[in-house]
Ligand binder design. Structure first.
Ligand code: SF4
Length: 169
């Protein structure tokens, strides 16, 4: 695997992309084209910047106030092998890992072995916030998600119980 990942940006210390103080990696590249998307600049697969993955990991681990990481977008699942590599390293260090995606949990499970890195990524994250952004389903006060169709899924419990376990925030 090439040791670079294409990102649209990084939030170094964020309190709004999951619980606690987190580093957020915004993937570059997205195919979902949700109407009303807040970040259309992140759709182009040739946009953003190539970053060295090991440097991103080491820099994150050097900051003791970071308790978790979040993969946002764009859609991190278009570079799942690379995000899975990051997730494994962060998991080994005890960080909590969230990932956003425009795909649904059901779609990911259905395609788990036909898409590069999907099984690996799903197995190494704690929480998946899934589904496309639906403008008509926005609601004031929604926490950690853009529209009510999106679910904050406890991945480990869902895999264990073979049903979708949603966390309430
Ligand atoms: S999945 Fe996210 S980044 Fe992609 S179009 Fe939808 S809202 Fe925008």
């Amino acid at each position: 695997m090439e040791k670079t990942i294409r990102l649209s940006g990084i939030a170094y210390e964020s309190l709004v992309n999951g619980p606690g103080m987190r580093r957020v990696f915004f993937a570059q590249g997205c195919k979902h084209n949700c109407k009303g998307c807040f970040n259309p600049d992140t759709h182009d697969f040739d946009g953003g910047d190539e970053k060295n993955i090991d440097e991103l990991i080491n820099d994150t681990l050097q900051n003791p106030i970071i308790k978790g990481v979040t993969f946002s977008g764009g859609d991190p699942w278009e570079q799942a092998d690379k995000f899975a590599y990051m997730a494994k390293e962060f998991k080994n260090k005890g960080l909590n890992i969230w990932s956003y995606t425009g795909y649904t949990y059901e779609y990911i499970i259905g395609s788990i072995d036909s898409r590069l890195g999907w099984r690996d990524l799903l197995n190494n994250i704690d929480v998946l916030v899934d589904g496309r952004f639906e403008e008509g389903k926005m609601l004031d006060g929604l926490k950690f998600r853009g529209s009510t169709n999106q679910r904050i899924i406890d991945v480990k419990e869902s895999l264990k119980l073979k049903e979708i376990i949603v966390l309430n925030y």
